[in-house]
Design a protein. Structure first.
Length: 205
């Protein structure tokens, strides 16, 4: 049986607030404002919002080549013949792909790991798309792998692990420039600085 918190006049309202508050960066006050806003919208708009959310998990694909989000089995970037498929930029997540694309400074393709190695959070190499990256390089055609992971201890650990896994392939390994301040997450970097960090990348030692 659902027990309502006295803070809310409706159990349905509280359940909705709790769902919104479960999203990253959304506190309960913000969640309440969002729920009340949804209540003020016409029924058809709320129903459409619900349908879109329901279809999100069902209709979204992950590119079988780079693991970026896509509407098809192969994403638009990997399928684009104008992209340089010999250069692969390794990133943590989809947000990083979007951030780098917004710089308009990179013309290669990507490989989305789905995170970084973090023993404290129980994330090991097998939880990431590292083996797929190795297979991709071993298959041939890739001449450079750019390690564009966040400059954190976890990011550096992942860079090192990948470099060891690719050492037998002879592929050129580079890392985005560290002289440019980009913060702990690429998605929060300004486009100019992030673009420069890609262009001014250096060999990974």
């Amino acid at each position: 049986m659902y027990v309502m918190n006295n803070e809310y006049p409706s159990a349905a309202l509280e359940r909705a607030v709790s769902e919104f508050a479960s999203l990253p960066g959304i506190g309960r006050k913000t969640a309440l404002r969002l729920v009340l806003h949804m209540l003020s919208r016409p029924d058809r708009e709320v129903e459409e919002f619900g349908r879109v959310m329901e279809s999100l998990k069902r209709d979204i694909h992950y590119c079988k080549v780079c693991h970026n989000i896509s509407d098809t089995d192969v994403c638009l970037i990997c399928a684009n013949p104008r992209r340089d498929s010999s250069t692969v930029c390794v990133v943590e997540n989809v947000q990083d792909v979007m951030a780098i694309e917004n710089t308009m400074q990179y013309k290669g393709v990507y490989h989305v790991l789905g995170g970084v190695i973090s023993p404290m959070n129980g994330i090991g190499p097998s939880d990431l798309q590292i083996s797929g990256l190795v297979e991709r390089v071993e298959a041939g055609g890739v001449t450079e792998v750019i390690l564009a992971l966040s400059p954190t201890m976890e990011g550096d650990t992942t860079n090192f692990f990948i470099s060891r896994k690719l050492s037998h392939t002879g592929v050129k390994l580079s890392v985005i420039a560290r002289g440019v301040t980009i913060g702990n997450n690429l998605e929060y970097a300004d486009e100019v600085s992030l673009g420069r960090s890609i262009v001014d990348r250096t060999l990974y030692n």
